[in-house]
Design a protein around this ligand. Sequence first.
Ligand code: FE
Length: 172
Amino acid sequence: MKRRNLFPLIAAVGIILAACTTTGQEKKPKVTSVKEYEVNLSEEEWRKRLTPEEFRILRQKGTEYAWTGEYNKFKKKGVFNCAGCGNPLFSSESKYDSGSGWPSYWKPLNEEAVVTEADYSHGMTRTEVLCAKCGGHLGHVFPDGPRPTGQRYCINSLSLDFEAKKDTKKDE
Ligand code: FE
C-alpha cells in the first residue's frame, strides 16, 4: 500500500525534472555587435583593401605574434585608427605597457568606437573587441588593466593605423 501511494509523487517529480531540462535556456553570451556595420564590404573587397596579414587578423580573427607588432613599444602621441576602415579607436593617452607583448589600452577612444562579443574559441572564454564601424577583429579585452577602468584592451598592431596628434589641447 505504502509503495503504491508513492508512485504519483515519483511520477510528478519526474515530469517536473523533464520540464525543467527541456525549457532551461542555454546561457548565451552578451553580444553587443548585432547590427549592420556601416562599412560592409565583401570578402573580395576586403582582400583588395588589406594586406594578407591585415586580412588574416581583421577579417579572420587572427592574432599577431607577441612582441612583433609595430605599436607594442610605440610611444608617440596621437590616435590609433582602424586599419580596415579608418575609424578612430584608441588614443595614445590611454595606452600603457602591459608587458603582454601587444599594444594595450585601458579604454577605447569613446563608447562608440568598439563593440564586444563573447569568444569561446581555442578552449578559452574571452571577450573579443571589434571595430564598431566595420566589425573588424581588433583583439580582446581583459579585466586586469590599470585604474581607472581596470580594463586591458589587448590589440593587434596590424589592426591599427597610427595618426600623429595634430593639436595639443591638453598643454594649453
Ligand atoms: Fe573598422
